[in-house]
Design a protein around this ligand. Structure first.
Ligand code: DAH
Length: 355
């Protein structure tokens, strides 16, 4: 019965010490002192085998109860003191914060100038009924060249410095490549055979090139309109509308005869220069260095070649169409007066923040 007394007094002693403890550290100490490996309760438990057999069961039960009571008391107290400590920390923190001090505004970004240009172009063309579409960036030769009226091994293909993919050529569509222009979208759009067509295809394009006016990955926007009785007047009107909306109402457009395999007739599209306003000379009489005699080159356009219509399953006797293809980076740099296209892909914030 000696052990029973000792157990009970140990319990009272431990619980009152636990209730008095103020910090988690003090409680950790008490834990060691009572229920740790060489704690006083652990030591008492080791006496248990010495208790006469008829009392052992009862004393054993009591010992377990004491252990549970102490452990639970420790747990509860630990929770409380930790909470208390957190509350105290928060209070001192609050006292240190001056809530009347004006805050620091976090820096706010904006869309990349190329994304901004794509959104603006999409919006402008949507007002005259064009639908934006997307086609694969990894394409077959047939869509990118052959259906566009470039015979196999035709030298005109060299102007599109194409990246080819190391894959076995397709039996019908030929080698696999990265789209060197958005014109492949013309074929895919016409093959859908939903007339009339007013397509705006904006996509990434790839060519093996890099200098002040070229990068290896750039974006193009391609228009395609196919219906009965589409004429050059429709093409010119659409280009004028785009140029005035994007660059400003004072800009003029002209088309110059040119050659593309997939259009007949074909044109290059120029707009008046924003610096000399199409005069070729600045007000002080100096020659304008930004343009050629008042004009800036924008891109290509033309009336869809009858072979291209046929290759896409469209009857050239019933339908005609026009198409145009411009560089997104090109129009964005012309609009913003930039000289080096590579700047637009630099990560210099001081440059990008200007837009
Ligand atoms: N695909 C041509 C290029 O990348 C641009 C082009 C020219 C597109 C004339 C057209 C077009 O739709 O009619 O250089």
């Amino acid at each position: 019965m000696e052990l029973e007394k000792e157990l009970l007094s140990l319990k009272n002693n431990a619980v009152s010490l636990i209730l008095d403890a103020k910090t988690p550290e003090e409680l950790e100490e008490l834990k060691l002192q009572f229920v740790g490996r060489s704690g006083s309760l652990t030591k008492l438990l080791k006496e248990l085998p010495k208790v006469p057999e008829n009392e052992r069961r009862e004393i054993g039960q009591l010992a377990n109860e004491v252990k549970t009571v102490i452990e639970e008391a420790l747990e509860r107290a630990l929770e409380q003191t930790t909470k208390h400590r957190q509350a105290e920390r928060l209070l001192t923190l609050k006292q240190q914060i001056d809530v009347t001090e004006p805050g620091n505004t976090p820096p706010l970004g904006h869309l990349h100038p190329v994304t901004e240009a794509i959104e603006e172009i999409t919006e402008i063309f949507s007002h005259i009924g064009f639908t934006r579409v997307r086609y694969p960036e990894i394409e077959w030769d047939w869509y990118a060249f052959e259906a566009l009226n470039f015979p196999k091994n035709h030298p005109a293909r060299d102007d599109w410095e194409t990246f080819f993919i190391r894959e076995a050529p397709h039996a019908t569509y030929g080698p696999m490549l990265l789209t060197p222009h958005t014109s492949s979208g013309q074929i895919r759009e016409m093959l859908k055979a939903e007339m009339p067509i007013r397509m705006l295809n904006i996509a990434k394009t790839y060519r093996r090139q890099s200098d002040v006016s070229h990068v290896a990955m750039f974006h193009q926007f391609e228009t395609l309109v196919v219906d009965e009785k589409i004429s050059i007047a429709d093409l010119k009107g659409t280009l004028d509308y785009f140029v005035k909306s994007y660059f400003g109402a004072d800009r003029k457009t002209r088309i110059r005869p040119y050659h593309f395999q997939f259009t007949e007739p074909s044109f290059e599209v120029d707009i008046t220069c924003g610096a000399c306003l199409g005069k070729g000379r600045l007000p002080d009489g100096q020659e304008c260095k930004l343009c050629k005699e008042g004009w800036l080159e924008l891109g290509g356009a033309g009336m869809v070649h009858p072979n291209v219509l046929k290759n896409s399953g469209v009857d050239p006797d019933k339908y005609s169409g026009f198409a145009s293809g411009f560089g997104v980076e090109r129009v964005a740099t012309v609009k913003n007066g930039l000289e080096d296209i590579r700047d637009i892909y630099s990560t210099r914030l001081s440059f990008l923040e200007q837009f």
